[in-house]
Design a protein. Sequence first.
Length: 566
Amino acid sequence: MNINIKAKPQNTYDAIVVGTGISGGWAAKELCEKGLKTLVLERGRDVKHVQDYPTMQKHPWELPYGDRLSKEDLAKHHVQNRTGYTVKQSTKHWWVNDLENPYSEVKRFDWIRGYHVGGRSLLWGRQSYRLSEMDFEANAKDGIAVDWPIRTVDIAPWYDYVESFAGINGQAEGLTQLPDGKFLPPMEMNCVEKHLKTKVAENFNGRVITIGRSANLTQPHRGRAQCQYRNMCIRGCPYGAYFSSQSSTLPAAVATGNMTLRPHSIVTEVIYDANTKKASGVRIQDAETKEFMEFYARIVFLNASALGTTQIMLNSTSDRFPDGLGNDSGELGHNLMDHHYRAGAAGVFEGFEDKYYRGRRPNGIYIPRFRNIDEQRSDYIRGFGYQGSASRENWMRSIKEMDFGADFKESLTAPGPWRMGLGAFGECLPYHENKVTLNREVLDVYGMPTLSIDCEFKENELVMRKDMINSAAEMLEAGGFADIQTYDSIGGPGLAIHEMGTARMGRSPKTSVLNKFNQVHTVPNVFVTDGACMTSSACQNPSLTYMALTARAADHVVKEVNKGNL
């Protein structure tokens, strides 16, 4: 290991942010706008907005192999490929090479990663929901894990703040379990979705179908164009019409003149100073030169994703923290959660043959949690919400038959029947035994220790899934759908790409890693605001909460710096 010991003066900043995804982009924006000279480190390559979206405008016939992976691609992306939905010819450049970046599975875990500037902010599903008071109180009420150290009164103003900047479309519904937000005009449901909405309201007291709340602009917003309804978001949006680090937070950070972005910078550890009892900076390995370097700052934000941040913290050992930075509680790496999904039902609707829709709406409907709120169950706790949509089959339905002749020609112009699917996202409880540990026997291509992941869904989730499936079917049946088919394809945790919880917030350093401001209890100048900080998972998509917690933590940092406390 070669370290430049003379580098400290030129490598010193006010703050360091590790990671450029959803939470890292927000940390960069907030710290830079508040006047801190901030170094932003990304382990992967740089990605420039628009110019580095190579497939953003490609037509289906311009993609090799019908947009399917080659055998060579499959070897590099075996984890993502087994999920069946992330990696294609049009998207393979975003996902990590599993051969170069291995991890060990004690039990199946689908760790789906993107190492580049912008991270998974370029790839996310954009569904943006607030947690409710019920979610923040759930652990305390149920006597599970530890209590959240915050409530909605603490985070609600920050939800307002990040929604107003990011641009979230949605419909206010006045629901306690799904708080309303600062919304742009909602997208419109199609005729079949509206039909089911009416029938569900008639037949199930308290169940609501609303349009999804998504980070796609329905009108121009802060210099970004509105959504063009292409539904090609995962390729990168040249219009900036969905929220990503590239379209939103990083440009805001650049505009201040306070940000230094350094890609190809793999953070290996946080440097702990025993004299000050704080972090002095971070050590990195340059991914291109393999050189080790150190950077220094008063403040460190870890936003490398839940497992990426945890990996760094576990590798940050010292005499004070032999088991990982800030790990006095022994909880670092534990309480790993992900939503369980791929359970629900689909059916055919006979009617509305004279109706269609324009474009490809990059959003669907949402059914907020109703279970164990108005409709109680005694066989499991917590609950689930549904995402779904209705659409008409198109010309691709005929390809597999390889038809020809007049009937086939007619089928290319006549849309098929309406179909609708409902898929549930269920809450996973924070089990201490669901964990990640550092594996020093299996190294990545850079020679760094990797993770072993030991995580599974347990009885509460498995019982819940039966209800998720049956409730979807009964709603479609009430809506008059035919040929209703249920499904349950659980896969492994990680499949929903909502991994969280491995450095949880809490009220005591004896039982948690972070305090109510996302500070490491025993290293107060280190902050964790990505998914690792989550104390419970709720059933809502979590990214909006990461944004709000990050903005809140950055505000606290600057106030404490100005007071001389950091």
